[in-house]
Design a protein around this ligand. Structure first.
Ligand SMILES: [Zn+2]
Ligand SMILES: [Zn+2]
Length: 351
């Protein structure tokens, strides 16, 4: 099968023919149809995350069809079913974190496209217990970016509790998805972009934000919570300064540059800074229940599997018009009809 392989950090991925994986006990063999590219993939390629499994097949927003079922796999999937494979690939179920409902923090967790092989390939295998059924409303390309930006974004959003005045720093893929849910739930949204990025600010206002401005500006009123989706540490004290008493800053990314020091007075009055790590299966179930009701819409830009380096380069350079998605295998004829009906939401057809 074809795979885009990372041999070493800071090198381009290599298109290579590798053996098709076999499903182990409890695993599904999945024919990959689409795999969205996440900012975390950039951090893995840049060598900013420790100890990736090398050589590595990246990709943790995988959409495909079950081709084969390993021994003793749970019966929640049948051959031919559509399946979504997220970042959380395996947990031990046994450590203190798993036993207290926090499998996202599992001491021995394995992560798709990082410490186990992911979806930048024709096929992949995944532990069936960590895979999701995906809402029928979405085609494969539309649903792929929901699998990380959506799920981990949703976990970040839930950490803001009932925040009525909600700030979002960094209006990329995750922010765009979560903003739709926040508005659906009646929150007032304040969006912060790079100073001077008027196009993104206008975009946020059109989506329904009550205010949009630069990250160097203070919000017009104190915020109950702010989520930071940009990997820029200095945004943390900036966001903190705009919070109401008891407010929270939630860092929603897996990697962030260092946070500068700030006066204790900015944290005083029970303000909180927290981060979100990974996801639980519960986050996924909750998100895929609410997403089609909103409905959360995705904007995508598609690339072929062998164009993965181009997708990564353009992502890094901020030159994308939607969430990047690799189209790996052309959809079967019955799936194409559904895609045609929905393709207006996507910004481009597979090239
Ligand atoms: Zn565990
Ligand atoms: Zn991700």
């Amino acid at each position: 099968m074809r795979a885009m392989v990372l041999d070493r950090p800071k090198q381009p991925l290599q298109l290579r023919a590798v053996p098709k994986p076999k499903p182990d006990r409890g695993q599904l063999l999945v024919r990959v149809n689409a795999c969205a590219v996440c900012r975390t993939d950039l951090h893995v390629v840049a060598g900013e995350l420790p100890d990736p499994k090398l050589p590595l097949i990246l990709g943790h927003q995988v959409v495909g069809r079950v081709e084969q079922i390993g021994k003793d796999a749970p019966s929640n999937f049948a051959i031919g079913d559509r399946v979504g494979i997220p970042w959380l690939g395996w947990t031990d179920g046994d450590c203190a974190y798993c036993r207290s409902g926090r499998e996202n923090l599992c001491d021995n967790a394995l992560f798709t496209g990082y410490t186990i092989a992911g979806g930048y390939a024709d096929f992949t295998v995944a532990d069936a217990r960590y895979c999701f059924h995906l809402p029928d409303r979405y085609d494969d390309v539309q649903v792929a970016p929901l699998l990380c930006a959506g799920l981990i974004g949703y976990r970040s959003y839930r950490k803001t509790g009932g925040a009525q005045h909600l700030g979002i720093y960094g209006f990329g893929n995750a922010a765009h998805l979560i903003a739709q849910i926040a508005l659906y739930e009646g929150r007032e949204l304040f969006v912060f972009t790079r100073p001077g990025d008027n196009a993104t600010q206008e975009n946020a206002r059109q989506l329904g934000a009550v205010w949009a401005g630069g990250s160097d500006e203070m919000p017009p009123k104190r915020l109950d919570a702010a989520i930071i989706f940009a990997s820029v540490g200095p945004l943390v004290p900036a966001a903190l300064r705009g919070l109401a008493k008891g407010g929270a800053v939630v860092c929603g990314g897996i990697h962030m540059t260092d946070i500068p020091s700030f006066p204790y007075a900015d944290l005083w009055e029970e303000r909180v800074i927290t981060s979100v790590a990974n996801l639980t299966r519960r986050d996924g179930d909750d998100f895929f229940a609410i997403a089609p009701r909103v409905p959360v819409r995705t904007h995508t830009e598609t690339f072929l599997l062998e164009e993965a380096n181009t997708a990564l380069d353009r992502f890094r350079a901020g030159k994308l018009n939607g969430a990047p998605v690799l189209v790996v295998n052309r959809a079967a004829p019955s799936e194409v009809a559904a895609m045609d009906l929905n393709s207006r939401e996507s910004s481009g057809e597979p090239r």
